[in-house]
Write a protein that binds this ligand. Structure first.
Ligand code: ADP
Ligand code: ASP
Ligand code: MG
Length: 439
């Protein structure tokens, strides 16, 4: 069985949904199709939630109506028969009635998550209606029946696998299964989600849950590029990369993949393919356990980073000091991305600022604490890059005109991370593009 996940742009227009239908019906292998919301929908839903949170019901209503109009214009081009169109009208009516009811009740975070779930519910139901209209046999699999996260918002892979296998066992003849990306249930059994871009994570979790033969991520670009194509000219797709390389790139900002989307596939050694819905014959990127290539392969940047330096001439070399520092971050469930040490100070970076004040105040008991906000991590990734002659040199040479705040090298063989002020991010990405790739 294989997984095919289609992102927002891939389902964002009626003709694209038809293309998706062609792609999923080409092969013989039973397939679970994971769909995102239509492009723009989740952003619009976030906007509706924000208006409601601010108590601005007029604005929320306006935003609901705009989104509603988008769907009313979408379905007539998707479906041709009166029956199909009537079904779509009913789906759209039901979901927008739900959003309109929320205008009348008091708002809270659980309601916000319900709002965010509407996009994937709409896209999958409309797509399923298209398959019905074309008499393509398919099974509708509600993700809320099997996707779950625990109290720390971590996916419960064991439970997901058990539930999903039990559901699939009820459809032994099924060849095509349609489900939602992004959405799940939380430990309170409320509707929740896997964070923005989370449909990739769903695809990888589903792939791991059923030990799929392959997890195909269909998007709007021909694979993982060696640098951010939104920022840098002349980037090119990477034919092959290892799970480790892809995980570092996803985590450190390559938007094409959700930050956590590699580990489930890696755990069960399911190859991941990044493919282009608009250009299905392009090679794309194959992500698998081992690759032959070495040296710098790609660069990504992660914004919104805060650096914290703890200076303590007395304490640093005492054993247990780092543990006590890390315990503060652990207590507030705040992951550390980068870390560098000297004899008198330790610097770490974080991107979750929700407990910043408590963290700083506890760290102050160890020494002087300095905070730099608006930093960016530039992550240079490549199989064995740390062992490749001249690689570190070319990275540092490329950044000669940029003030570098931290460098992390040697933590893994595949990565060099550099922290710069966010204002230098674009310049750093461009200079590295010129300086480290030899083609
Ligand atoms: P989807 O809606 O299919 O999930 P996304 O917008 O989340 O698609 O991800 C695809 C986009 O990621 C591309 O259009 C591209 O602009 C952006 N992107 C950022 N960094 C990279 C990279 N290194 N390689 C490819 N695409 C990237
Ligand atoms: N629709 C969700 C988002 O826009 C999930 C996804 O597209 O992956 O973030
Ligand atoms: Mg995405």
């Amino acid at each position: 069985m294989k997984i095919m996940k289609f992102g927002g742009t891939s389902v964002g227009r009626p003709e694209r949904m038809h293309q998706v239908k062609d792609l999923i019906t080409r092969g013989e292998e039973p397939t679970i199709v994971v769909l995102s919301a239509l492009s723009g929908t989740t952003n619009a839903l976030v906007g509706i939630g924000e208006a409601l949170a601010a108590g601005n019901k007029t604005l929320a209503k306006e935003r609901i109506d705009t989104l509603h109009a988008h769907y009313l214009a979408f379905y007539p081009a998707l479906l041709k028969t009166a029956v199909g169109q009537a079904k779509a009208e009913e789906i759209i009516r039901e979901h927008f009635e739900f959003l309109n009811i929320l205008l009348k009740i008091s708002f809270n975070e659980a309601i916000n998550r319900d709002i965010l779930a509407q996009g994937e519910l709409l896209s999958t139901k409309l797509f399923y209606t298209l398959l019905e209209e074309l008499e393509i046999p398919a099974v509708f699999l509600p993700a809320l029946d099997f996707m779950s996260i625990d109290e720390n918002s971590e996916p419960e892979l064991g439970k997901i696998s058990e539930k999903l296998k039990a559901i699939l066992a009820k459809h032994p003849e099924g060849r095509l299964f349609i489900t939602q990306g992004y959405i799940c249930k939380n430990h309170r059994n409320e509707v929740d989600n896997l964070k923005r871009g989370g449909s990739d994570y769903t695809a990888s979790l589903v792939a791991a849950a059923i030990q799929a033969s392959v997890c195909e991520i269909w998007t709007d670009i021909d694979g993982m590029h060696n640098n951010d194509p939104r920022i840098v000219d002349r980037t090119r797709p990477i034919a092959e990369m290892s799970f480790d390389e892809a995980a570092e790139l996803a985590y450190f900002g390559a938007k094409i993949l959700h930050p956590a989307s590699i580990w489930p596939a890696q755990l069960y050694n399911v190859p991941v393919k990044l493919l282009n819905t608009m250009e299905p014959t392009a090679h794309g990127t194959l992500i698998k356990a081992e690759v032959e290539t070495t040296g710098v392969k790609a660069i990504a940047a992660k914004d919104g980073i805060t650096a914290i330096k703890i200076k303590s001439s007395r304490m640093l070399l005492a054993y247990g000091f780092l543990r006590r520092i890390f315990e503060v971050f652990e207590k507030y469930k705040t992951p550390i991305d980068m870390i560098t040490t000297s004899e008198v100070a330790v610097s770490v970076t974080i991107d979750d600022l929700s407990h910043m004040d408590q963290i700083i105040s506890e760290l102050q008991s160890f020494g002087t604490v300095e905070v730099d906000q608006n930093q960016a991590i530039i992550c240079v990734v490549g199989n064995k890059v740390a062992e490749t002659k001249g690689a570190l040199q070319s990275v540092l040479d490329s950044l000669v005109d940029i003030p570098v705040r931290m460098v992390s090298f040697g933590g893994s063989k595949h990565n060099v991370s550099i922290l710069v002020d966010a204002q230098y991010k674009v310049q750093a990405l461009k200079s590295l593009n010129e300086g480290v790739f030899t083609w």
